[in-house]
Design a protein around this ligand. Structure first.
Ligand SMILES: Cc1cc2nc3c(=O)[nH]c(=O)nc-3n(C[C@H](O)[C@H](O)[C@H](O)COP(=O)(O)O)c2cc1C
Length: 480
């Protein structure tokens, strides 16, 4: 059976039922579902949430349930991909590199074609599309994978971009200037044509992870999705564009339409992933021609600005990209981690310090991988990269800021940062080399090379389970 959203949810119900929270009480799609996610996020709890009775803005219950928090837990996301949560950078990039060509299936074998609506039959408001934050102007699709084609080569591009549902057949569409989709829009408009577009929603976590992989341009994401899925992605021609624009046959919902030439409308404000409200700005729109969906479609919503938004769909692809790019020039690179706390502005990089200067080399190599990377923290191999406390301990005791801090002024930065001077997208980036200085000389270790620890032979004899009940552990007080 081909992988899709429901094979994943069934597998979770079987293997990890405690990881799925089914909500049987009605919850409004406007704010209430996000509010629930936010409350759980504050407790650092990330179950997959299924809302069985979502209430639409007109007060009616939607016939389609909502799944959200699908990608909020690093452990669950890594498990879905069959990789170690501490080795995402190398194992996810290896999967993306192992491209598997998609296959085309007949439309009667494509679940996403069970329901087909065209023209005036289309009403996007019947789907349980979430409104997330208090200044958002309306419901936003935050899990819409936008697929469009480079008209010069016919090669498709896919990525997640937000879509504001403004009316039954018209949406706002925000494509950042740096995105490959925007390059395609410019090419279609340069030819005097509207751009054909499809937006697909709801698939197996491996498929959506592959859809977000960072690739060259123009380069199809469909074989990368196959690589991450470990099986060929099943495709089917779209209703509006036929074989020129193929869609995933096992998606839950597909929206088809055009990005009309030279049409801009105000879009936003929008609660963005850094945790701030982003500004309103002129953006593209989509005029919808058709929707196709499963008879019992599950709508995949996302906790915008929460871990759900950041882990699998944002940080995994960036960790993998940084690893594959930097490893080429710096073989001493050992691992890469983007902590949720930095909301994509922070990267923790681990190196094997075989020579002086590696820390600064790592900062220089990492910064250009993406303009979102603002601060790079470089640590040694003995540090637990995934423990923020250990990383900050390195900064506290293995850096002198006059010589270890690297500040690069006048660089391109990602604009969703209130500390960036306004107007413009130019700011300051850099990093801290928090690797230990070399020893004074052979036979003369410095004190920081010898780290406090219990003697190994004693540590081996002390097991917590001999002294306390495992179920009590969760109840003992924690500490910040
Ligand atoms: C949940 C989520 C929502 C996103 N929304 C947008 C968006 O609205 N517009 C945009 O340009 N990028 C958005 N991004 C970032 C793009 O998906 C990302 O930069 C992607 O790599 C661009 O791919 P491309 O260069 O192949 O077009 C979003 C990312 C995530 C994880």
């Amino acid at each position: 059976m081909a992988k899709d959203l429901r094979t994943y949810l069934e597998q979770m119900d079987r293997k990890k039922p405690q990881a799925v929270l089914r909500i049987k009480k009605p919850l409004k799609v406007a704010y209430e579902i996000t509010a629930l996610q936010r409350k759980l996020d504050a407790l650092k709890k990330y179950p997959i949430i299924i809302v069985e009775h979502p209430i639409l803005d007109d007060g009616q219950e939607s016939p389609f349930p909502v799944v959200t928090n699908l990608t909020a837990s690093r452990d669950l996301c890594a498990d879905a991909l069959g990789i170690d949560p501490r080795r995402v950078a190398m194992e996810y990039s290896a999967k993306v590199a192992n491209r598997i060509a998609p296959v085309v299936v007949p439309r009667d074998e494509a679940p996403v074609k069970q329901m087909v609506e065209k023209g005036d039959e289309v009403n996007l408001f019947k789907f349980p599309i979430l409104t997330h934050n208090y200044m958002d102007p309306g419901p936003y699709i935050g899990t819409g994978f936008v697929t469009c084609v480079d008209p010069d080569t016919g090669i498709d591009n896919t990525c997640l971009q937000r879509i504001w549902v403004k009316s039954p057949r018209r949406t706002g569409y925000y494509a950042s200037v740096a995105s490959h989709s925007m390059q395609n829009i410019a090419k279609w408009w340069g030819r005097g044509q509207d751009m054909p577009v499809v937006v697909w929603i709801g698939h197996h976590p491996t498929a959506i992870a592959g859809g977000q992989s960072r690739l060259a341009y123009p380069e199809s994401h469909y074989p990368a999705m196959g690589g991450v899925m470990g099986e060929p992605l099943r495709l089917v021609p779209s209703e509006t564009f036929g074989e020129e624009l193929m869609v995933p046959a096992d998606a839950e919902l597909v929206i088809e339409g055009y990005v009309p030439k030279d049409v801009f409308e105000a879009e936003g404000p929008f609660g963005e992933y850094p945790g701030y409200i982003g500004p309103q700005r002129p953006s593209n729109i989509i005029e919808v021609t058709s929707v196709t969906y499963r008879r019992d479609a599950i709508y995949h919503g996302i906790g915008v600005g929460l871990a759900d938004h950041l882990v699998l769909l944002g940080n995994f692809p960036l960790e993998a990209r940084i690893y594959s790019v930097v490893k080429n020039v710096l073989p001493e690179l050992m691992n890469v981690y983007m902590p949720i706390s930095g909301r994509r502005n922070h990267v923790y990089v681990q190196v094997k310090k075989t020579r002086p200067g590696i820390g600064k080399d790592a900062i220089m190599a990492t910064l250009p991988c993406d303009s979102r990377i603002k601060h790079v923290f470089v640590v040694d191999e003995d540090v637990d990269l995934f423990n923020e406390s250990d990383v900050l301990w390195s900064v506290a005791y293995r850096s002198q800021w006059d010589k270890d801090l690297m500040v690069v002024k006048g660089t391109a930065v990602f604009p969703l940062d209130p500390s960036v001077p306004s107007p413009g997208n130019i700011g300051t980036r850099g990093g801290i080399d928090a690797t230990a200085p070399p020893p004074i000389g052979i036979g003369l270790p410095r004190f920081y090379q010898m780290i406090n620890k219990t003697p190994d032979e004693v540590a081996e004899t002390i097991n917590l389970k001999d002294y306390l009940e495992p179920e009590m552990l969760a109840q003992y007080p924690g500490s910040f």
